[in-house]
Design a protein around this ligand. Structure first.
Ligand SMILES: [Zn+2]
Length: 139
């Protein structure tokens, strides 16, 4: 039997390894996601006209319920990055991270060792926050 590494943990969120179904421990901070194209908002349920008008007014839109985060799985014995979405009922959806989504994240270091997305940090002067299909707020 393997010794569990003792790591500080706050209350565990109900986030499980999609392969093993076991709890996984966060090993990174949350890297927030931003939309900078109308299609990013449409993908998340915003209507076409609304998405276009929002992107005409704001350079980036913070996606409040989605982020990228790395987790350690005991069974996998490795760290894995996931695209996390917090759902209405306080559960979480874990997905593989599509290549282009890295470009929408803040402060992520690519596996190539290159920092990315400084673009988003530069353009945050005019931005708003999108919390779901009906619901967005100014920040
Ligand atoms: Zn696993």
């Amino acid at each position: 039997m393997q010794k569990r590494r003792n790591r500080k943990r706050s209350k565990r969120r109900a986030i499980y390894c999609p392969i093993h179904g076991c709890y996984i421990d966060s090993v990174s901070q949350k890297h927030r996601l931003y939309a900078d194209k109308a299609e990013h908002l449409r993908d998340r349920g915003m209507g076409k006209r609304a998405a276009l008008s929002v992107m005409a007014s704001y350079t980036t839109v913070a996606l409040e319920r989605e982020w990228l985060e790395a987790f350690w799985c005991e069974d996998c014995q490795q760290n894995e990055w996931y695209w996390i979405a917090q759902l209405e009922d306080k559960t979480y959806r874990l997905s593989r991270i599509p290549e282009d989504l890295w470009q929408q994240a803040q402060g992520v270091i690519l596996s190539t060792g290159n920092p990315t997305v400084s673009e988003f940090t530069r353009r945050q002067s005019r931005r708003m926050s999108y919390q779901g299909a009906k619901d967005f707020v100014m920040v």
